[in-house]
Design a protein. Structure first.
Length: 311
């Protein structure tokens, strides 16, 4: 009986110690939580990270995204993209990060059969999706603009870039996914093993939540204010998009969405209102997202999804 009492007392002490250790660990984790938000790349971004260097990592992240926007902005004078679009067909030298992204975008354009074409920007402007003046351009205007939409005419060698005269490019379709992967690298360099951040529709999870459980992500219902479901995510990129985010109703009563088909110059026509891509990298999610949303096929579902490359 005495041994039994000693055993119980020892077990109670061990349990008390473990509970105390877990509580202290949770408190330490909460104390190491860092949060940051910013507006960049034409979207609102939020970050939360856990770890001893989490705050430093997020400060470095903010600086990095600001630098990337200064390089990739299509409207900011002095950026690599603005300079390229106003180069009159002459060769320019761009920064390595821009060259890497354009190289990636060109590969994506090839792999999607041209359904993602970074030279579609003038057509996007003609529809007014880059401004508040949305309109239906004439067939003649679209035909003229499409003559300069062909990613295969872009010349990139190292950091040397030539954009044909009359062509303009925009990296908006791939920039956020690429930036999300660079942010993930920064977090891991600072030993952050638990983080969740959102670059608009691009959400990236680093590891799981601090308590070991999965991150809970709501997938928005494109037809209402609620969610169509909750996704459990760990160590992956989740990207959701759809024409419901940026569209207008024409005088003909028809909805026109911002996701264009580079072959026709018109918004893609299918029954997909929303697509969610789950991938190991943000840049991969962007690629598959553009391909799915641009398909000129009739679907019988309002939402779709694909899981690719997720380990």
């Amino acid at each position: 009986m005495k041994r039994y009492k000693i055993f119980v007392a020892v077990m109670l002490s061990v349990v008390t110690f473990l509970l105390s250790a877990c509580t202290n660990e949770k408190q330490n984790t909460e104390e190491q939580k860092a949060e940051k938000s910013m507006f960049a790349m034409n979207t609102f971004m939020t970050f939360q990270a856990y770890g001893e260097e989490a705050q430093t990592a997020l400060e470095e992240t903010e600086d990095r995204i600001t630098d990337l926007e200064n390089m990739w902005s299509v409207t900011r004078k002095g950026s690599d993209i603005y300079t390229a679009n106003h180069s009159d067909g002459k060769e320019i030298m761009i920064q390595k990060e821009t060259a890497d992204l354009i190289s990636f975008a060109l590969r994506m354009s090839e792999q999607t059969g041209g359904m993602l074409d970074l030279s579609i920007y003038p057509v996007l402007c003609a529809w007014g999706f880059t401004t508040d003046n949305k309109q239906i351009p004439s067939a003649d205007e679209l035909e003229s603009l499409l003559e300069n939409v062909d990613y295969r005419k872009i010349q990139l060698e190292g950091t040397s870039l030539v954009i044909p005269d009359g062509m303009q490019i925009d990296l908006g379709a791939v920039g956020k996914g690429y930036a999300a992967d660079l942010v993930t690298e920064i977090l891991k360099e600072h030993h952050v093993e638990s983080a969740l951040f959102s670059l608009g529709g691009n959400i990236q999870a680093v590891g799981s939540k601090p308590d070991g459980s999965s991150w809970q992500l709501g997938i928005r219902d494109p037809l209402s204010e609620g969610n169509i479901g909750i996704l459990q995510a760990e160590d992956c990129a989740v990207v959701t998009s759809g024409a419901y985010e940026n569209y207008f109703v024409g005088e003909d009563g028809k909805n026109y969405g911002h996701i264009l088909n580079p072959k026709t110059g018109y918004p893609a026509e299918n029954d997909l209102l929303s697509v969610t891509i789950i991938s190991s990298q943000g840049r991969l999610s962007d690629r598959f997202l553009q391909r799915y949303m641009s398909w000129e096929v009739r679907k019988r579902k309002t939402t779709g999804g694909i899981r690719t490359g997720l380990k």
